[in-house]
Ligand binder design. Structure first.
Ligand SMILES: *Cc1c(COP(=O)(O)O)cnc(C)c1O
Length: 447
């Protein structure tokens, strides 16, 4: 297969030269079906040849507008110049030594940068891993050592990964858990604040009291090592809890010696218009899990938090062969430099403004859009039967499919599968974002 050059110099245009997927993608899909386990899915089977800025170019020469960023990963854009140059330099110097065998500066520098960027000015340390699920698992390991307790509290609609412990922590059965048990024990689930779905309107503080009551009655605060929560739900539907929910839970954790872990794997690293989504409510977590957007597409994850907690684990208790791989660390340093140079927090806020305006106007003409929500460039519409909160997954899926056919890559999510979510690269050019919104509107009004 030929390799095309990606990055921001790719023509920033939506261009359809075949149907989507086209003949070459369909050929590759045939090969894939014979070779790749069918448990691994793909949202849209167009095979990618190059990507950059706000577009993905497929093997048939179609150029699609990317509203997915590989699930909030390529926030700096695919093959961002700073990522490519640092990765290239690192690959030529050395590719792997294992940090636990012979260390290198890049790992240390990523930990230093994450300590600076995460909320709070207390002493912090970090440890690096390969995937989000691995970061969550390690945050729990650290919290257990730091507290001498074992219980793990999570909330409804949570998504924390696909490993055994993180499946237990994840709420939704299909497709994440079904038939994969038995799951790790001592995981306790509390009700989430989900403003659109509250039977009667309640404040964030009241929703927190409801969650705390369940945890105190069913787990016991003294048995809990940690509460792990996404400040904006990711796979669960981009739900933003009512104001006051997170601060109240954080304060309760502090009072009871429970480690407050913000799972910022999807919401972190400029995605919501702040380095971390907790900042929107002034919440300072004890530990933060970071992955997805941190390394411009290279696999890297981290747990960052209070130095004394991070240091509670005995030497050799944390790690892994590839965790903090030097190439992934170089990519992270390039991605962070890009976020700073291009002020991608401001970019995420601009994207929010544009999208909210356009989607609100659309909701007036297309009442199935029950709620527009999210923060920054982590925005979604919950699709319902008009005038109700009854989920309409079929319409959400029809919207997404219509976008795909017209060259706009969108994703769905949510416990009921009825949420259309938007995660554009933060370097998305304005004209492409506008065009993507035109397409969404055209699809919605044509349904
Ligand atoms: C994606 C995600 C994970 C899991 O990350 P992987 O890298 O897929 O293991 C965990 N938590 C949240 C909030 C996520 O969005």
């Amino acid at each position: 297969m030929t390799t095309e050059t990606g990055g921001p110099d790719l023509p920033q245009e939506r261009r359809l030269v075949t149907e989507v997927p086209g003949p070459r993608s369909r050929e590759l899909q045939e090969r894939r079906l014979a070779a790749v386990a069918s448990g691994v899915g793909s949202v849209l089977p167009v095979y990618v040849a190059a990507a950059g800025g706000g577009v993905l170019v497929d093997v048939d020469g179609n150029s699609l507008i990317d509203l997915a960023s590989g699930i909030a990963v390529t926030s700096v854009g695919n093959s961002a110049p700073e990522v490519v140059s640092r990765v290239t330099e690192q690959v030529q110097a050395f590719t792997h030594t294992c940090f636990m065998v012979a260390p290198y500066e890049g790992y240390v520098e990523v930990c230093e940068r994450l300590a600076q960027l995460t909320p709070g000015d207390h002493a912090k340390k970090a440890a690096l891993f390969n995937s989000g699920a691995e970061a969550v698992e390690n945050a729990v390991k650290i919290a257990r050592h730091a507290t001498g307790r074992t219980g793990v509290a999570v909330v409804d609609h949570a998504y924390h990964g696909r490993t055994n412990l993180t499946m237990a922590m994840t709420a939704k059965n299909m497709p994440y858990k079904d038939g994969f048990g038995p799951f790790a024990g001592d995981v306790h689930r509390a009700p989430m604040s989900y403003p659109f779905r509250e039977p009667v309107e309640i404040t964030g503080e009241q929703a927190a009291a409801r969650a705390i009551d369940v945890l105190e009655k069913q787990a016991g605060a003294d048995n809990l090592a940690c509460l792990v929560i996404e400040p904006v739900l990711g796979e669960g539907g981009f739900v933003v809890p009512a104001p006051g929910f997170l601060p109240t839970l954080a304060e309760w954790c502090r009072q009871h010696g429970i480690v407050f872990v913000a799972d910022e794997i999807q919401s972190g690293m400029c995605r919501t218009g702040a380095w971390f989504a907790c900042e929107h409510e002034g919440v300072v977590p004890d530990l933060v899990t970071v992955a997805k957007g941190v390394a411009g597409g290279m696999p890297l994850a981290a747990v960052v938090g209070r130095a004394e907690m991070m240091d509670a684990v005995h030497g050799g208790g944390l790690g892994g062969t590839y965790g903090g791989n030097p190439v992934a660390c170089a990519a992270a340093l390039g991605a962070i430099a890009t976020m700073e140079e291009l002020d991608l927090n401001a970019a995420a806020r601009r994207i929010e403004q544009t999208m909210r305006d356009r989607l609100s106007t659309l909701a007036e003409k297309f009442p199935a859009l029950g709620e527009i929500r999210g923060r920054g460039a982590m925005l979604a519409v919950e699709v319902v039967e008009p005038g109700t909160t009854t989920p309409d997954a079929a319409t959400a899926s029809a919207l997404s499919k219509g976008c795909h056919e017209r060259g706009v890559l969108t994703l769905t999510c949510g416990t009921y599968g009825n949420v259309l979510r938007f995660l554009p690269p933060l370097v998305m050019p304005d004209h492409l974002l506008d065009e993507a919104l035109d397409v969404i509107e055209e699809v919605a009004l044509g349904l």
